[in-house]
Ligand binder design. Sequence first.
Ligand SMILES: [Zn+2]
Ligand SMILES: [Zn+2]
Ligand SMILES: [Zn+2]
Ligand SMILES: [Zn+2]
Length: 335
Amino acid sequence: MDMLDSIECVSSSDGLEEEETLAHLPRHPYPKSVGSVAGNVGVGGGGNGTGAGAIAGGPMLPPATSVHELLECPVCTNSMYPPIHQCQNGHTLCSTCKSRVHNRCPTCRQELGDIRCLALEKVAESLELPCKYYTLGCPEIFPYYSKLKHESQCNFRPYNCPYAGSECSIIGDIPFLVTHLRDDHKVDMHSGCTFNHRYVKSNPREVENATWMLTVFHCFGQYFCLHFEAFQLGNAPVYMAFLRFMGDENEARNYTYSLEVGANGRKMVWEGTPRSIRDSHRKVRDSHDGLIIQRNMALFFSGGDRKELKLRVTGRIWKEQPNPDGGVCIPNLCS
Ligand SMILES: [Zn+2]
Ligand SMILES: [Zn+2]
Ligand SMILES: [Zn+2]
Ligand SMILES: [Zn+2]
């Protein structure tokens, strides 16, 4: 899939990290029903999963009570939020479904009209409901409207697959995505907080948008995505390397990384904070938040006859402000 010819890991582990290897990672099957979110998102599209798609009902809902059943849209089975609509015969449906059914009640086929079901709306507003990511570990319970707001920010909401170069729709928690990257995208996995990679491309003049490479690093009990790619910046092709943290932004800030590339007595160094994979790969790239190497310099660093790109990128990840308590406080977990 990627267009780089090869990646060579000259040496990667500094031997100081914990021994845990990927093979020992607990498999963490992600609830299947979460995959069905996709069908309900997309109206008004483009979101990063912020609040748009309600997880389908049924097994994802807490033990059903009759009130919860009443509030389940009979068409899409999502929870109904005000405005809740009904037909002349009293069949209810959610506002998303109402906008899709061309003014016909999906239950009795009668004309739908514009009738609100105020009683059910009041019931809905009076309920306190668990965050829809409760099966992923979120313990929070909210009244209706703050629930929606919380869910768009919830630390337990699933992450999008961080793989670049294709529109992968897989979502899940970090252990699930690490397994997914390794098994489905055949991404290279490395343990250790230092790296030393050689990126080789035989025809560096062909720079296309989709030239990229991803490697995953495991250190400090966390996972990091090292991206290397070539793209067109204005008229000039450039190469860029940057790190993303597989976790939320507040945790990403605990880490710093450096990248170095050079040869023949010249060297470029980048130091930065890894970005959370909540920020899309493209967003990070477009903000130029990483080591950017102009093509001329890249070819100079490659040595030889400038026909082949051979960049050696070394780097290191370290933890800022070691926390004496060990462990980083995640608001939802520490309350
Ligand atoms: Zn519906
Ligand atoms: Zn009806
Ligand atoms: Zn939550
Ligand atoms: Zn993927």
